[in-house]
Ligand binder design. Structure first.
Ligand code: DP6
Length: 350
């Protein structure tokens, strides 16, 4: 923070995350219909620099500039204005300061990495840091719980990016201390799962035919929704046990079934749709064959899109990397190698 209270700067870096049990379906005010669990990434992050400039006179209008990679981005600016509007009662700084966000991603926009998770994570952290600074509060554990809640209001999956390693979000009787309002870190993870990797295979970099917001909304009238929500809550409980026990086989079965269940929900909603591409299936079958031949505990998951996240322990990195590069050279556009990460980081202000 700079010392002059008329002009303050807060910079945070927040990573993206990949869900192993998927959040799919929500109620009003960003309350999830089921619990979810993800691994926080390391190299794929958004960095947000928040500059607060004292307004000439206090006004209830939100004065916002949002630049993404140096350019004003009107579409995202509208989403942020709406977001900040909902926070006005909680943050008096929104009445007192002009807000300037400068945001950059470490990964290409088309990479199929959840950029709203890292972006809203970083925005929430910077805003809350500013509020804490202006009200003389110290950053403690409660800060991260509050930041997770704020991030959730921007994008549900962002709630989980506030914590490193593994995080669970959504209230379920299967998960101790769980909440719909914020994510919680998953503790006491077995060493087998402490150094996992995620290789993201880009099979298609075009905008999706159906957005995640539409997909969430289609769960409202989905014929299998209630059963799915029960299943997801149970699976988060099971996955926490697996992360404690170190059982790779159980992990693989659960994670792959989750990915296919998410896409089954899309294929059986009204309207139905399909986000996987022929090369998505080609890669999945290739991974199954490779696993059968090598016994390496490698599996796949999918987000709401056609790209494949290949998940495996770090000590098999060389073998998996050569396999992916050699086998899918002609079927994919790019591979982004990432791994489990420690969570957000406050940066030196510039
Ligand atoms: C398939 O978090 O993008 O990636 O709350 O509307 O911003 P909003 O949705 P979003 O949905 C993520 C869906 C998912 C699964 C997951 O990350 O859990």
């Amino acid at each position: 923070m700079t010392s002059n209270q008329d002009n303050l700067i807060f910079t945070w870096r927040c990573p993206s995350n990949i869900a192993f049990v998927k959040y799919w379906g929500k109620k009003s005010n960003q309350i999830p219909c089921n619990a979810s669990l993800s691994m926080t990434l390391s190299s794929a992050y958004t960095e947000v620099r928040l500059e607060l400039i004292k307004k000439v006179s206090i006004s209830s209008d939100i004065e916002l500039t949002y630049r993404f990679e140096g350019k004003e981005n009107e579409k995202f600016e509208q989403r942020i204005i709406q977001y900040l509007d909902g926070l006005r009662n909680q943050f008096s700084l929104l009445n007192e300061y002009q807000i300037v966000f400068d945001s950059t991603n470490s990964f290409p926009h088309s990479a199929g990495i959840a950029s709203s998770a890292s972006a809203f994570g970083a925005i929430a952290l910077a805003l809350l840091d500013a509020e804490y600074q202006l009200t003389g509060k110290e950053i403690d554990n409660y800060f991260f719980e509050e930041a997770s809640n704020l991030a959730r209001l921007g994008s549900g999956s962002a709630s989980r990016s506030i914590f490193g390693h593994y995080a669970a979000w959504g209230e379920a009787k299967e998960i101790e201390h769980s909440s719909n309002l914020y994510a919680i870190p998953v503790e006491k993870v077995h060493e087998n799962f402490q150094n996992m990797r995620d290789a993201i295979l880009i099979v298609d970099d075009q905008p999706k035919s159906v957005s995640s917001s539409v997909g969430h909304a289609l769960m409202n009238e989905h014929p299998y929704a209630q059963q799915r929500f029960v299943q997801a809550n149970e699976r988060v409980g099971e996955l926490i046990d697996i992360l404690h026990s170190g059982d790779y086989d159980a992990f693989i079965r659960l994670v792959e079934s989750e990915a296919l269940t998410l896409h089954s929900m899309m294929m059986t909603s009204n309207d139905y749709y399909l986000l996987m591409k022929p090369n998505t299936l080609k890669v999945i079958e290739g991974i199954w064959e490779f696993r059968k031949q090598t016994n390496i505990p490698v599996c796949f998951t999918l987000d709401a899109g056609p790209n494949i996240h290949v998940i495996y322990p770090d000590y098999h990195h060389e073998a998996v990397r050569s396999f992916l590069e050699e086998s899918f050279q002609n079927s994919i556009i790019d591979i982004i190698f990432d791994k489990i990460g420690k969570g957000p980081e406050k940066r030196e202000n510039r």
